[in-house]
Design a protein around this ligand. Structure first.
Ligand code: EPS
Length: 379
């Protein structure tokens, strides 16, 4: 079983991820993890913290000569802005953050909550997800995330091959698949930033190259749609998740929702085994299992809850009405969220891949992948 935990405070010494159950024999490139960490720090609308940090991963265990050993892998991202011991507590909780609820639940300081609730923690999740991608790579499985809506502006993805779309995303400061819309979106971010306000948006994550049968229909807690929804919802500020057609499917008749099944012998050797679908409204999942089509998952991110134009709050000491505390923050971290979700989804796919094909070594997984596909082609 593959799993991970993270540790660390936003202004503590470091962020840590401990990955357990990662197979042996996987080639690890530190640069690929650092590439994802840098992307997470970027995107238009970020705040001052990202000018201080240059996130880089240190692999502290589980690797020998750039190959995984099958033992736990500890990843560390050092915080340059490590000043937790010098920071004071806050008394005016920010609506939308965990400040009020956490301080009451733990009978302690707001600082103790916000430091851990901060989305800086996602640097550790991205490091773990970027590690997981290196297990997906030899199987030809690719996770790809981008922004499809920001502050209410819909951003239409330009069609193209994965490589063409990757190039579009690299050109876009919004991390969308339509850089031509960047100027309009950036103008909105600038305007809201001037007003002291913040913006949210919608992210889409696609996973290509998936085999049939990751996840299972047989038990609720092993259904892959449920597992993905949990991983995505558990990312800071995510308030909604959709798979494929999502909520729209509830408003249409079945004939316009379910994807017809066709067979094309020419595609017999691809992961879909030749079973094609003219549409992919199911988003690659039926009955909690991958169905050979690309996985498509969308998530809604609320606007950041630290506003310069602070919202109404209450002073926890005096109980008098006061404006919420303001701490340095971003106007918009929607592009960063697309990177976070891409990597979080990649980790869940790696878990499901190990569940299906075994987890001791890459070589054994590849042999079982090959055997399964041979048998499935004969089914
Ligand atoms: C973030 C780092 C944080 C914030 C932001 C995300 O750094 P600091 O608090 O030092 O400015 O910029 O945090 C939040 C959005 C939040 O809700 O706390 C990061 O690295 O992603």
């Amino acid at each position: 079983m593959l799993r991970y935990w993270t540790a660390g405070e936003s202004h503590g010494k470091a962020l840590l991820a401990l990955v357990d159950g990662f197979p042996a024999g996987v080639e690890i490139e530190t640069e690929s993890i650092d590439f994802e960490l840098r992307r997470r720090q970027g995107g238009y609308g970020r705040g001052g913290r990202q000018r201080i940090e240059t996130d880089q991963v240190e692999l502290r265990s589980g690797i020998w000569h750039n190959q995984t050993l099958g033992s736990p892998i500890a990843l560390e991202v050092i915080n340059k802005d490590a000043k937790l011991e010098r920071l004071d507590d806050l008394s005016r909780p920010r609506p939308g953050h965990g400040d009020l609820t956490g301080a009451i639940k733990f009978l302690g300081p707001i600082r103790g909550i916000l430091e851990r609730a901060s989305a800086r923690e996602t640097a550790a999740r991205v490091a773990a997800g970027a590690l997981a991608k290196q297990l997906l790579k030899p199987f030809g499985i690719v996770a790809f995330g981008y922004v499809v809506e920001l502050g209410g502006i819909e951003i239409i993805p330009q069609p193209g091959t994965l490589e063409e779309q990757r190039a579009l995303r690299e050109r876009s400061e919004i991390y969308s698949l339509n850089p031509d819309q960047d100027d309009a979106v950036k103008a909105l971010i600038d305007a809201k930033g001037k007003e002291g306000d913040t913006l949210g948006g919608i992210l889409e994550i696609r996973v290509e190259g998936l085999p049939f049968g990751l996840g299972t229909h047989a038990q609720w807690d092993r259904k892959l749609d449920g597992r993905l929804a949990q991983a995505v919802m558990a990312v800071q500020a995510i308030k909604g998740v959709e798979i494929g057609m999502g909520f729209r499917a509830a408003r249409l008749p079945g004939s316009q929702v379910h994807d017809p099944i066709h067979f094309d012998a020419a595609q017999k050797n691809s992961p879909n085994l030749g079973y094609t679908r003219p549409t992919n409204n199911a988003g690659g999942l039926e009955a909690g299992m991958t169905n050979g089509q690309p996985l498509v998952i969308r998530a809604a991110k609320k606007p950041i809850s630290t506003l310069r134009k602070a919202l109404e709050s209450v002073n926890l000491d005096s109980k008098q009405p006061e404006s919420a505390n303001y701490e340095r923050s971003d106007v918009c971290a929607v592009p960063a969220a697309s990177v976070i979700l891409e990597n979080v989804v990649a980790f869940e796919i790696a878990c499901a891949l190990i569940d299906k094909f075994g987890g001791d070594s890459l070589a054994e997984m590849q042999a079982r992948w090959k055997l399964f596909h041979e048998m499935a082609r004969e089914r």
